[in-house]
Design a protein around this ligand. Structure first.
Ligand code: GLU
Length: 310
């Protein structure tokens, strides 16, 4: 498909998103996110060596929240390798992102690295032997290198807002501590985790940051090809919490969502796509973002399960 056709598809998807009356509901448990205007939408497609295509509010920065868990996982696997799996599982949870039920049942070993409990353990692993600010610097370094862009920053106000109200995450961290699956005090690990979630990016920056997971020949080489396949597999099976099956069915590509309304989706061997619409569906994933990705994949035929549009 040529770029003019792809750009026209992005414009149409964006017009449809702005026209859709049901925008979903913005996350309200983090005060800074509750204040975001739901009437915003952006989409960006990045491909190595080819122009980045964008539509909508593609230059507006948003809080990437749990999309950051992909970068921290890649970093943790780089330093710990498979030892990470002694502390975190690799199965879909079928539960909400901040669920405590599974952690109780499974005695402090989170189901996967993308639910909050699993991401807190992954961040704790990145923190090993480092001060929180050094761990955060290495997470931010990884994201900037992935995006080939130094103009990516953490919003301290958003992090502070979550530190003040993140009671469930504190409960999860204390529960992990009680099972010996947290190596640092809860406030240190969570301080790092909340700041990593508060990284802000535009859709174009996020799409660029996902290129290393496409496995394309001239994409940034930050992890091995075998690890790219594994991270994509986890994104496909666990990247949308208890809506992961629904996203796989509708979109057919590995993706990771965040409660800021962003979704990073990887089209292996082809492209990295970022979409942002702040209103969420009942799973806590971007409502219009999911719908837009479904339209994009229907119109392009991009999928790991088949490759032709109807
Ligand atoms: N910082 C958010 C939390 O821990 C991230 C959740 C998400 O983006 O899904 O609650």
């Amino acid at each position: 498909m040529d770029d003019a056709r792809l750009q026209a598809i992005l414009e149409q998807i964006t017009a449809d998103a702005f026209a859709e009356p049901d925008k979903g509901r913005v996350a309200n448990y983090i005060p800074q996110l509750a204040a975001i205007d739901a009437n915003q939408f952006a989409i960006a497609i990045a491909r190595p060596g080819r122009p980045t295509l964008t539509a909508g509010n593609a230059d507006t920065r948003f809080s990437i929240q749990s999309v950051s868990k992909v970068f921290t996982l890649a970093l943790a696997l780089g330093t710990l390798g498979d030892r990470l799996w002694e502390r975190v599982g690799r199965e879909p949870s079928g539960q909400a992102f901040d669920s405590m039920v599974l952690l109780e049942q499974e005695k402090g070993r989170p189901r996967n690295p993308f639910i909050n409990a699993g991401a807190i353990v992954t961040t704790d692993a990145v923190l090993s032997g480092a001060e929180p600010r050094e761990a955060l610097a290495s997470i931010l370094r990884f994201v900037r290198d992935a995006a080939a862009d130094e103009d990516i920053h953490i919003n301290d106000t958003v992090a502070a807002s979550e530190i003040a109200t993140g009671h469930r995450n504190f409960a999860l961290a204390h529960y992990l501590l009680s099972h010996g699956n947290l190596m640092h005090p809860a406030d240190l690990t969570l301080g790092t985790y909340f700041h990593q979630c508060a990284i802000e990016m535009t859709c174009a920056q996020l799409a660029h940051a996902g290129l290393f997971l496409t496995g394309c020949e001239n994409a940034p080489r930050l992890v091995s090809h075998s690890r790219i396949r594994r991270i994509n597999a986890l994104m496909m099976t666990c990247g949308h919490y208890d809506g992961s099956g629904d996203y796989a069915y509708r979109v057919g590509l590995p993706g990771k969502s965040g409660v800021g309304g962003g979704i990073l989706t990887i089209v292996p061997g082809r492209a990295s796509v970022a979409v942002w619409a702040p209103g969420l569906n009942r799973y806590g994933n971007s409502k219009l973002g999911t719908e837009a990705m479904q339209s994009l994949t229907d119109l392009t035929g991009w999928s790991v399960f088949g490759a032709a549009p109807d």
